[in-house]
Design a protein around this ligand. Structure first.
Ligand code: 5GP
Ligand code: SF4
Ligand code: MG
Length: 457
């Protein structure tokens, strides 16, 4: 998912739309905005792509100088209108809207507790649980009630909360999900990815820190630390796959880090070949790095139909397979008769690689050597990326040789953990660490150890 917020701009809702549009790749199931004019909160949201949701929107009906927005891709909670964010909670005293990127691990427990105490939950999304926790104390919506509520939840999250009078932004104590603050003239903006700042002409100011709660009000911006700040554990998959190449995550440019992954991969796993190709779009940067490091020509061996969305984000395997076929096509004149090094950013279920190798062979490729610009994914993610069971992860169930056979490639190799870390982490400080749990099984945050063990067997 992607979140966006803006404080103190007369075109708040419209700019939120542009910001969300630039983060469309983070979620394609639904989008929405909630705007505050200081008196009340107004919302517009819907299922589908940002453009479709806002097609008929008259932004003057969404007047107000503060807004938060969200693009959704569901890892928890159904694909229904009720779950499209921001979620808006009306009450006699004060309205509140929430937008969330990430995953709360102890939702079931908290949900049970809340229901036992008489709360009625409307959605299956874990964001609603936080809203109830904030309101439950009866002390209103403020820094203290939000900090108390955040201290009850475990997981990975970037939260934006909007009331009539304030906007809050919170990041989990390990800083697993990205969240940055920018300035647009006298206004503040906040977004999952910095590409949203570039989109609207805002400038990056700083990252929200792990365990930080930032408050935006007419008095400016203030901040508290609601939890002890540990080692930063930014999601490595943001670099490998999820973020846009022009974004900086934790002040490291995505394209540059992917290129370094390609360079490291070339050093670790060369192959005799004629050309290097990348799987569009997310593997192009790594392929360029690999080609540069080996001196082999970088070629456009596969093209992408830009009218098809992200295949991984399609929630069923059948849709996913159909999606790959519609989306990618080999360039016959380039690949025919060639020994090819094919770079992909990651293998999850193996769907993409298998289809592409098959496609390239059908187009006359002599050999296909698959090189993956990240370590093998063998463990589920509990932090908001849709890789939630081991059964679906090809590398959790098959050896490297078996994977090569399954996808029909002459050889397969993955980037090492050390190579990945080298490509992403520029200086080893408390602010620069990454989460690699899906590759290493070292989970930075656990609800309790037992639960993780149960998933791991
Ligand atoms: P697979 O086809 O092996 O199941 O998924 C890997 C492919 O899906 C890669 O080409 C990658 O670019 C793409 N992909 C889309 N969404 C995601 C995601 O959330 N995580 C990962 N690791 N890959 C994704
Ligand atoms: Fe990202 Fe993997 Fe960590 Fe999930 S487990 S947050 S996908 S690095
Ligand atoms: Mg891909």
């Amino acid at each position: 998912c992607g979140v966006f917020g803006i404080w103190g701009h007369e075109k708040a809702a419209e700019l939120t739309y542009y910001g969300l549009h630039s983060m469309q790749h983070r979620g394609q199931e639904g989008a929405g905005v909630v705007v505050s004019d200081g008196q009340e909160l107004k919302t517009h949201k819907g299922l589908g792509l940002v453009n479709d949701v806002f097609k008929q929107t008259r932004f003057n009906a969404l007047s107000g100088e503060r807004a938060i927005g969200h693009v959704r891709y569901s890892t928890q909670g159904g694909k229904t209108y009720e779950n499209v964010q921001p979620l808006l909670f009306r009450s006699q005293t004060e309205d509140m809207a929430l937008a969330h990127n990430g995953n709360i691990m102890n939702t079931d427990k908290l949900r049970g507790e809340l229901e036992n105490q008489g709360s009625i939950l409307q959605t299956s999304s874990d964001t609603e649980v936080l809203a109830h926790l904030i309101k439950r104390g009866g002390m209103g919506i403020n820094e203290t009630s939000i900090a108390d509520a955040l201290n009850r939840i475990t997981g990975a999250y970037a939260y934006l909360i909007l009331t009539e009078e304030k906007m809050y932004a919170a990041l989990d104590p390990s800083g697993i999900r990205p969240l940055s603050i920018g300035r647009l003239g006298a206004s503040y903006v906040i977004a999952s990815e910095t590409c949203a700042f570039d989109q609207i002409g805002a400038v990056f100011e700083r990252e929200v820190l792990p365990g930080e709660l930032v408050t935006f009000s007419d008095g400016g911006i203030t901040s508290i630390r609601f939890a002890m700040r540990g080692q930063r554990k930014m999601c490595a998959m943001e670099y490998v796959y999820l973020s846009r190449p022009d974004s900086d995550v934790n002040q490291v440019n995505i394209h540059a880090s992917r290129k370094r992954m390609g360079i490291e991969l070339a050093k670790e796993s060369p192959a005799d070949a004629d050309i290097v190709i990348g799987v569009p779009d997310s593997s192009i940067s790594a392929a360029i790095g690999y080609a540069e490091a080996t001196g082999l020509p970088y070629e456009m061996g596969i093209i992408k139909n830009r009218y098809v969305g992200r295949t991984f984000i399609q929630p069923s395997q059948e849709l996913r397979e159909q999606g790959v076929k519609l989306k990618l096509a080999p360039v016959r004149g380039i690949v025919s008769g060639k020994r090819i090094i094919m770079i992909d950013d990651s293998i999850v279920r193996g769907t993409t690689c298998k289809r592409i190798v098959h496609m390239l062979k059908q187009a006359g490729a002599a050999e296909v050597h698959v090189r993956i610009a990240s370590p093998s994914i063998q463990h589920p993610c509990y932090y908001g990326i849709d890789m939630s069971t081991r059964e679906e992860l090809i590398a959790a169930n098959y050896s490297l040789d078996e994977i090569g056979e399954l996808i029909g490639a002459e050889s397969v190799a993955y980037l090492s953990e050390a190579g990945l870390e080298k490509a992403i982490v520029r200086e080893k400080t408390i602010h620069q660490g990454i989460c690699t749990a899906c590759m290493t099984g070292h989970y930075p945050v656990t609800e309790n150890r037992q639960q993780v063990m149960a998933h791991e067997v």
